[in-house]
Structure formats: structure tokens, C-alpha cells
Design a protein. Structure first.
Length: 216
């Protein structure tokens, strides 16, 4: 369709432009990450993509590594040993404030507040896994938990949201981010997937820079 073709052309051109524009970040941030804490520069979690197909998302690592059983593991493993905090994390809509999340490094807080940790996703856009604008890329456990928490009635809304590629930015990112409850986020994503509007995409892109610096 015309919408899909135009959107793909914009995705490729925009991601190439961003790679060149932010060249200093690609050089400086990896050095800062390695200086502050052990571990990889990139974090590549599994995310649920369009039509439920999983893909590896690229992010700058914003969490510290933990030693478990004599080996270093990513902070995702942290939850296995802090179940009480994990339950709070889930009940809060799969989020904690930066101040109360012990997994986040000092640099990681800055990367998250400015959304710089998300920038490597431009390479996901080039690959076609993601789009410049789209729904949030969910993880399967939070979808499963949401269906238990809110009921199977939410399933059609989730399925509708998965009809579009996940986005580097999207409706929930420019409308309050972590202040929005989980079920409202997915409703916004489903509404986005229904609209299929380049005008709406451009409106979201225009709002994104302000949303990135809103906490500063």
C-alpha cells in the first residue's frame, strides 16, 4: 500500500540521517558505558514485533551487571533474587522510577531520561524490524501478565497494536511515557495502528524532541 511504501522510504532515509547526525554519540557513549561498569555496550532483548514476531532490539546498556553463581549476568536476572521488587515492578505497569530501580547505572539514568539508550534502534529500523514511528515494542512476559491482570478482553486491543511495526518513538512516548498505565498505553498503540496516517506520524515526530528533554 502507498502508506507502507512511503513509511518505509522515510524510515530508511531518516535512520541513515540519524546515524550520521549523531556520529559523536556512537563514539562517546560506548566509552562511557565501559568506563562506568562491566558488561556489553549493547543490550539486545527479545521484543514482540509486528504480528507477534519476535526480534532482537538494540539498546545502549543502561543497567549494571550482577554476579550470580560466579558469573556475570544482565540485570534481568536480578528479579529472580528480588521477587518483592519484581511484583511491585509488574503491578506498576512494568515500570519503576529511575530513583527506585537498583538496576540502573548513574550513566543509565541519563541515557534513559534523554532516550539516548534507545538510539541504536535506528539499526533495527534499517533492518525493517521497526519503524521510526509506531507502537511500543513489548516483551512477551508483560503481555502475558497483562492478560492475567486485565482479562482476555484486552487481547483484541493487543492484537490490533501488533498490526504495526514497533517504533523508535510513538504515541505513548510523547504523551506522558511512564505516567501512563499499561492498559492505556496499549490502547494508544492500537489506535495508532488503526489510523495508518502519515500526518499523525509527523505530529508524533515533531513532539518527540520535547518529550526527550521533558525531565531536564
Amino acid at each position: 500500500m502507498i502508506y507502507e511504501s512511503i513509511k518505509r522510504v522515510i524510515d530508511v532515509l531518516a535512520s541513515l540521517f540519524l546515524i550520521i547526525l549523531f556520529l559523536p554519540i556512537w563514539l562517546i557513549i560506548p566509552i562511557l558505558i565501559k568506563l562506568e561498569s562491566k558488561g556489553t555496550i549493547l543490550y539486545t532483548p527479545d521484543r514482540v514485533g509486528r504480528y507477534g514476531k519476535n526480534f532482537k532490539m538494540y539498546k545502549f546498556r543502561s543497567m549494571r551487571m550482577f554476579e550470580v553463581g560466579g558469573k556475570e549476568v544482565h540485570a534481568v536476572e536480578f528479579w529472580k533474587y528480588n521477587k518483592e521488587l519484581f511484583e511491585k515492578y509488574k503491578k506498576s505497569g512494568w515500570k519503576l522510577t529511575l530513583e527506585e530501580d537498583p538496576r540502573i547505572t548513574r550513566l543509565g539514568k541519563i541515557l534513559r531520561q534523554t532516550s539516548i539508550d534507545e538510539m541504536p534502534q535506528v539499526f533495527n529500523i534499517l533492518k525493517g524490524d521497526m519503524s521510526l514511528v509506531g507502537p511500543r515494542a513489548y516483551v512477551q512476559p508483560e503481555i502475558d501478565d497483562a492478560l492475567k491482570r486485565y482479562g482476555k478482553g484486552l487481547l483484541p486491543v493487543i492484537e490490533q497494536s501488533l498490526r504495526a511495526k514497533p517504533g523508535l518513538t510513538g504515541p505513548w512516548q510523547v504523551s506522558g511515557r511512564n505516567t501512563i498505565p499499561w492498559e492505556k498505553r496499549v490502547e494508544m498503540d492500537a489506535d495508532y495502528a488503526k489510523r495508518r496516517s502519515m500526518l499523525y506520524d509527523f505530529c508524533i515526530m515533531l513532539k518527540t524532541p520535547l518529550a526527550m528533554i521533558s525531565k531536564w
